[in-house]
Design a protein around this ligand. Structure first.
Ligand code: UTP
Length: 305
């Protein structure tokens, strides 16, 4: 089974990150010095994917610009002998192909995927939700592709979450547990009440799906918010006799779709960066140093004296 294409839905409104997302796409939020979407493309390339179909909307031009070659900048870096920087800029533009499709209205994740249907043939393809950044030894998507090849079926990435949090996620129903980390899925439920949740295994933002998801997306109804849910379409695909498995991905996942998650992700990534880690560790552990950074009216009063 060959998996070479991936769809990246990036046409959401990003309301949890307003007002930042009014004019700047949340996919361009920096994690250290890289925009979040670059982590996604690098994970894709590490998983041997090289065709990326990005679903965009108005005000997402910065994503397109970021992956376009910038000849003027490249020339300047070359003249200044900054060869490492130049090589890192060129690597993505040389290897990855980008196609942009436009979702006219934010009608849900399922609808965003459906918008990319003409770019996908009769093949399995990856989906990355760019809100979920996964740092791991083996690229998360590559872990999924391995299982997809082994089972010759669609695969969803999952993570165990505390039961009190299931209502924030899509959750899988278990048909059969195959190994400690691999399950066959019976159905999916989008954001269930805790009492109705079929498990505490939550869907996280990586999938390898059969092209049969597209007819399934046409069979399902929109939800009460007029959105097409991808989870409903996957359940429909199972109903249509397609096998779907879920695998617990090995790695650490950051949900950067909200400010708290994004701040934690930056701290987490900085603590894993050999150059930054000593500075950030010192900053977090030294109470006096932290205190200098925090405003309080009494401090100003003392300073004024
Ligand atoms: P989210 O619900 O997490 O993102 O969708 P959002 O809608 O942008 O954010 P909030 O909830 O308003 O803060 C998951 C992914 O699906 C994409 C989003 O861009 C995000 O990457 N998406 C969602 C679309 O591309 N189109 C849609 O209609 C909805």
């Amino acid at each position: 089974m060959e998996v070479i294409k991936a769809v990246i839905p990036a046409a959401g409104l990003g309301t949890r990150f307003l007002p930042f997302t009014k004019a700047v796409p949340k996919e361009m939020l920096p994690l250290l010095n890289k925009p979040a979407i670059q982590y996604i493309i690098e994970e894709g390339m590490a998983s041997e994917l090289n065709d990326f179909i990005v679903v965009t909307s108005r005000d997402k031009q910065a994503i397109v610009d970021h992956f376009d070659p910038n000849l003027e900048l490249e020339l300047q870096l070359e003249e200044r002998g900054k060869t490492d920087l130049l090589a890192s800029l060129k690597r993505i533009t040389r290897i990855a192909n980008f196609t942009y499709v436009r979702q006219a209205e934010p009608r849900g994740l399922g609808h965003a995927i459906w918008t990319a249907r003409r770019c996908i043939g009769k093949e399995y393809f990856g989906i990355f939700l760019p809100d979920d950044i996964i740092i791991s030894k083996t690229a998360a998507m590559s872990q999924l592709i391995k299982v997809a090849r082994q089972e010759k079926a669609s695969i969803i990435a999952i993570a165990e979450v505390p039961v009190e949090q299931v209502s924030s996620y899509g959750v899988i129903g278990i048909k059969k547990q195959i190994t400690p980390n691999l399950y066959q899925v019976s159905h999916l439920v989008e954001k269930p009440d805790q009492k109705d949740a079929p498990s505490n295994l939550a869907i996280i933002g990586r999938y390898v799906l059969s092209h049969k998801i597209f007819p399934a997306l046409e069979e399902i109804q929109a939800d009460k918010n007029e959105e097409l849910q991808l989870t409903d379409a996957i359940s429909q695909m199972i109903h249509n006799n397609e096998k779907v498995f879920a695998v617990k991905v090995q790695g650490i996942r950051y949900d950067i779709g909200n400010p708290i998650g994004w701040i934690k992700a930056n701290i987490g990534c900085a603590l894993q960066d050999p150059q930054m880690a000593p500075h950030i560790n010192k900053f977090l552990q030294d109470k006096d140093l932290l205190d200098i950074f925090m405003y309080s009216p009494s401090k100003i009063f003392e300073n004024q004296l």
